[in-house]
Structures are given as structure tokens and as C-alpha cells.
Design a protein around this ligand. Structure first.
Ligand SMILES: NC(=O)c1ccc[n+]([C@@H]2O[C@H](COP(=O)([O-])OP(=O)(O)OC[C@H]3O[C@@H](n4cnc5c(N)ncnc54)[C@H](OP(=O)(O)O)[C@@H]3O)[C@@H](O)[C@H]2O)c1
Length: 266
């Protein structure tokens, strides 16, 4: 999506993939600096190492606890940003024509990196009701306390991942978010008990598959005729925000979407 964006915006640059072994992020940064890179995206497993290696972390990224986009100034100064949180807000707006302030949200996998960033972003966006669920329950118990300190107005709870409890809770939820990695592989077990989805639910599965096939959660949403969006939409919007950080101009979103879909369905 980034090369079509650069082309559409008439920017003489290229987006390339660089393989960096763990422990060598600083060395990679020196190389990027020497070769005049504008910036980069960071992915698994480097997000933590990158956060420690940058010169500055933008305030939102510090709050969300991860950087995924780095801007390199003309002087070679590295600033870390997080585009997953704001990308999530844009993706929700585009897919459901709704704002988080009007949605009661349940996040499955809120204890992981993406889930945590989404939960913090929802709390910052004054989500009225936020329910955090994670396979390892302790992670979300700590997080729910932190978020209540951040936003005393919202109703924020941590919930055990048990079918019966989940089914009951879903009666008071508008937006269900999958931030676990379950659903990435064909054959992954469904996330929710059968019949848990009902009218009024909107589904956001952050997972995307290389072949763009639907995850079990998206299939369940389609079968129940519910509005849904998937990880490709999040990828697009977080990528658009990366572009805006690098070039201080609106991202050519249509060119990016076309590029992304062409790759995902190739
Ligand atoms: N579309 C996008 O642009 C975008 C951006 C970021 C992430 N993502 C997707 O979001 C997912 C999570 O990424 P991440 O970076 O947050 O990974 P992560 O930090 O490794 O977190 C993984 C999360 O998944 C949970 N989990 C793993 N296997 C599970 C299972 N079988 N059943 C239930 N829960 C399970 C983990 O629970 P425990 O804490 O109990 O281990 C944890 O909450 C991935 O699929 C990733 O591709 C998409």
C-alpha cells in the first residue's frame, strides 16, 4: 500500500522490507540514518527494542505502550509513534459510521500488544463501557485498574474468559473486537460460543489472513448478518497515519486501499 501511495503523491521514494535480527535494531537505525530514510514501520518482534532505541517517544505512543512508526528527521533524530490506536478509531468510523464515545466495547485479547493499545485508545476516546477479556486474566486485571485511573468516567471492567460469562456480558455490548492472534490460521477454533452474536453487535476482527479468507469470527458475523470489519481495514488506516507522520500531508487512501487489496488477494 505504501508504494502506490508514494506514487500517487508524486514522492520520489520507495518502501522496502528490511530483515533485522533481534538485538540489532540500533545498528539498523544507524544504517537508515546514513542512507537518508524518511522513516520506517516496526513489526514483531522489534516493537519493544525500537521503543528503547528511539530518541523520542510521542506522548500518545508512550500512553499506548508501543511504537510501530518511526519518523527520522533531516538531522537523523528518531521519533516513535503508534498508529494502531488512532488507526483503530478511523477504521471503526469508516466501517460503522460510529464513534467510540457512542459504543460499548468488549476486547478479546486486551492483554496483548494490539489489544492493550486498543483498550487505552478506547479509554482515551471516552468509551462509555469497556470490557477487557484475555486468556491470561491477570494481564487485564492490571490494565483495567490503570485505565480506571486514566478515565474515571467510563465503566471499565476485566472479565474472565468463560463462555457463560461472555454470553451474558455480550447482551450489553455494541462492538466486539478480536485482538487475539486466534483466527490467523485456517482451522483455528471459534472465539465465541455458538449463538453469542445478536442484532446490534458490530464485529471488528483485527486479524487478517494473507489470502484474505474470512476468520471464524467474520464468518459468524456474516452468518448472523451483522456489520463487520477486519484487520485489513486496520492495516490500511494505521498505514495512512504512518504516511501522514512521514510526509505531513493527507494519505492518498484510495491508492493505498487498491494496493493493499491487490496484494492481499494476489
Ligand atoms: N490489522 C492490523 O493492522 C493489526 C495490527 C496489530 C495487530 N494485529 C493482529 O492482532 C493480533 C494480536 O497481535 P499482538 O501484536 O497484540 O500480539 P501479542 O502481543 O502476541 O498478543 C497476542 C494476544 O492473543 C492472545 N492469544 C494468543 N493465542 C490465543 C488463543 N489460542 N486463544 C485466546 N487468546 C489467544 C494472547 O493471550 P495471552 O495474553 O493469554 O497469551 C494475547 O492477548 C495478531 O493477529 C495481529 O496480526 C493486526
Amino acid at each position: 500500500m505504501h508504494n502506490p501511495a508514494l506514487q500517487a503523491a508524486g514522492i520520489p521514494a520507495q518502501y522496502i522490507r528490511v530483515h533485522v535480527p533481534p538485538g540489532r535494531v540500533r545498528e539498523a537505525f544507524d544504517t537508515f540514518r546514513r542512507h537518508g530514510f524518511f522513516g520506517c514501520n516496526i513489526t514483531i518482534p522489534h516493537k519493544l527494542e525500537a521503543m528503547q532505541a528511539v530518541d523520542d517517544v510521542a506522548p500518545l505512543a508512550a500512553r499506548l505502550g508501543a511504537v510501530n512508526t518511526l519518523v527520522i528527521s533531516d538531522e537523523g533524530h528518531f521519533t516513535g509513534h503508534n498508529t494502531d490506536g488512532p488507526g483503530f478509531l478511523r477504521a471503526v468510523r469508516e466501517a460503522f459510521q460510529k464513534e467510540i464515545i457512542d459504543l460499548r466495547v468488549l476486547i478479546l485479547g486486551a492483554g496483548g500488544g494490539a489489544g492493550r493499545a486498543t483498550a487505552v485508545q478506547c479509554a482515551l476516546a471516552d468509551c462509555p463501557r469497556l470490557v477487557l477479556v484475555n486468556r491470561t486474566a491477570e494481564k487485564v486485571e492490571r490494565l483495567s485498574q490503570e485505565l480506571r485511573e486514566l478515565n474515571g468516567e467510563s465503566d471499565i471492567t476485566a472479565l474472565a474468559w468463560e463462555d457463560e460469562i461472555l454470553s451474558e456480558e455480550l447482551a450489553n455490548i455494541d462492538l466486539i473486537v478480536n485482538a487475539t492472534s486466534r483466527g490467523m490460521k485456517p482451522g483455528d477454533a471459534p472465539l465465541l460460543p455458538t449463538g453469542a452474536l445478536r442484532a446490534g453487535h458490530q464485529i471488528f476482527d483485527m486479524v487478517y489472513r494473507p489470502d484474505a479468507s474470512p476468520t471464524p469470527l467474520i464468518e459468524a458475523a456474516q452468518n448472523a448478518h451483522l456489520p463487520w470489519t477486519d484487520g485489513l481495514n486496520l492495516l490500511l488506516h494505521q498505514g495512512a497515519i504512518s504516511f501522514e507522520h512521514w510526509f505531513s500531508q493527507p494519505a492518498p487512501i484510495d491508492a493505498m486501499r487498491r494496493g493493499l487489496l491487490a496484494t492481499a488477494t494476489a
